[in-house]
Design a protein around this ligand. Structure first.
Ligand code: F6P
Length: 410
């Protein structure tokens, strides 16, 4: 008997998280010989608990599926929902009863470290009840901090956005501090170095969370930079910290925590803007790139989009081979030209881990990025994607409903 598939998205979105969704759905639709209905969970596993889901097949018929490829953000909606550590918790039988109800045989979850925690717990619980459901994680995160994979879909497009935005900011004749996402890993802030056109060009200073941030050293670095230019761009990661667990943004105000216990990092740029103003008496602006860097379609990397689709479809192929409890990882071959292969890696070794930028890729007392990073990141931002337009604006796919009544799903 055919089994049905279900796919969900979770955590912060990216510009290509829907390209991965496209990859899963497209591949699953091509395997109608073994896969029945393909469901989308609305708002991830949290929505699924309320049987909030939709049938994905109609999207193919009306052309929406094609549009999803270039639509940023989570088409299906997202969640940051942590399943209990205790696998004897009542939520697990509840979920598996629902999987049974909808005859689910294949489960795909597109997300980062926290989402892989969900895949890990569900696949471990499945083992305890001898369930045959295949649980596969499809990677995504602009933070690029997943272990056992060369990089993650979403990073390339966000890196391209950051680098091109910083190059534009540098054209403006002002002193600017740019705050870039990435949580505890500096990959995305490091990508600002790609904006630099020649040695000494902006961004002159780049600070990542991997190196303890010293305010006095920072002020001295800024002062020194003014000897060479009055048009200074400084890029910082949202996660810069003193090396003892205190984030710079916490010096400005209290930060809350999300359901996974992560501090919500924001405001370091503003704090440093005031510091430079007060201590150096210089006119300075700060810009927080904020959600733009993860939801802009303006700078989609064709390489990123292609790989996001490929990892989604490879996930379906992997599940159909009977594999479970794995995430689709990217392996870079040793070829002179950039080339990626896909392989399943144990999700239990990936979830809740963070891969940070190697310290020897950070130079100049922790205020610049080395050539190794540039060589690593450049292939990931290559190629651009034409986003369909309507009325002079990007045309995006959007869900016409917030939820599907379970009863309406055949
Ligand atoms: O994990 C992706 C990410 O965009 C981080 O870079 C950022 O710190 C976090 O999500 C923000 O999460 P939220 O949108 O839930 O506040």
């Amino acid at each position: 008997m055919k089994k049905n598939a279900i796919v969900g998205q979770s955590g912060g979105p990216t510009a290509v998280i829907n390209a991965s969704l496209y990859g899963v759905v497209y591949e699953a639709l091509n395997r109608e010989d073994v896969i029945g209905t393909i469901y989308g969970m609305i708002n991830g596993i949290e929505g699924f608990l309320n049987e909030n889901m939709m049938d994905m097949k109609p999207l193919e018929v009306n052309g929406e599926l094609e549009l999803i490829k270039t639509t940023p953000g989570s088409y299906l909606g997202s969640c940051r929902y942590k399943l209990p550590e205790d696998l004897t918790d009542a939520v697990y039988p509840q979920l598996f009863e629902k999987f049974e109800k909808y005859n689910i045989g294949y489960f795909f979850y597109i997300g980062g470290n926290d989402s892989m925690d969900t895949v890990s717990k569900l696949s471990r619980y499945a083992e305890t009840v001898n369930s045959e459901i295949r649980f596969i994680g499809i990677p995504k995160t602009i933070d690029n901090d997943l272990v056992l994979t060369d990089h993650t879909p979403g990073f390339g497009s966000a890196a391209k956005y950051v680098a091109s935005t910083v190059r534009e900011i540098a054209i403006d004749a002002s002193v600017t501090i740019v705050e870039i996402m990435g949580r505890h890993a500096g990959w995305l802030a490091a990508a600002s170095v790609l904006a630099r056109k020649f040695e000494g060009d902006n961004p002159v200073l780049i600070y990542l969370p991997e190196v303890a941030f010293d305010q006095e050293q920072f002020l001295a670095d800024v002062q020194k930079a003014f000897e060479h230019t009055s048009n200074l761009v400084v890029c910082i990661s949202e996660g810069i910290n003193d090396g003892n667990g205190k984030f710079v943004c916490e010096l400005a105000s209290d930060v809350g925590v999300d359901t996974f216990g992560h501090k919500m990092l924001t405001g370091s740029g503003k704090y440093l803007e005031n510091l430079v103003k007060d201590r150096l008496g210089v006119k300075v602006r700060s810009i927080e790139l904020n959600v733009n860097q993860r939801c802009s379609s303006a700078m989609l990397s064709a390489t990123d989009e292609k790989e996001a689709i490929a990892s989604g479809s490879f996930g379906v192929q992997t599940a159909l081979k009977g594999t479970t409890g794995m995430m689709i990882a990217f392996h870079r071959t040793d070829d002179a030209d950039y080339h990626i292969t896909y392989a399943p890696e144990d999700v239990n070794l990936i979830c809740n881990q963070e891969k940070t930028v190697p310290l020897d890729w950070i130079t100049e007392n922790g205020s610049d990025i080395g050539q190794q990073f540039i060589d690593y990141a450049l292939p990931l931002i290559q190629g651009s994607v034409k986003v369909p337009e309507a009325g002079g604006l990007p045309k995006f796919a959007y869900r016409k409903c917030n939820c599907s009544e379970p009863s309406k799903i055949s």
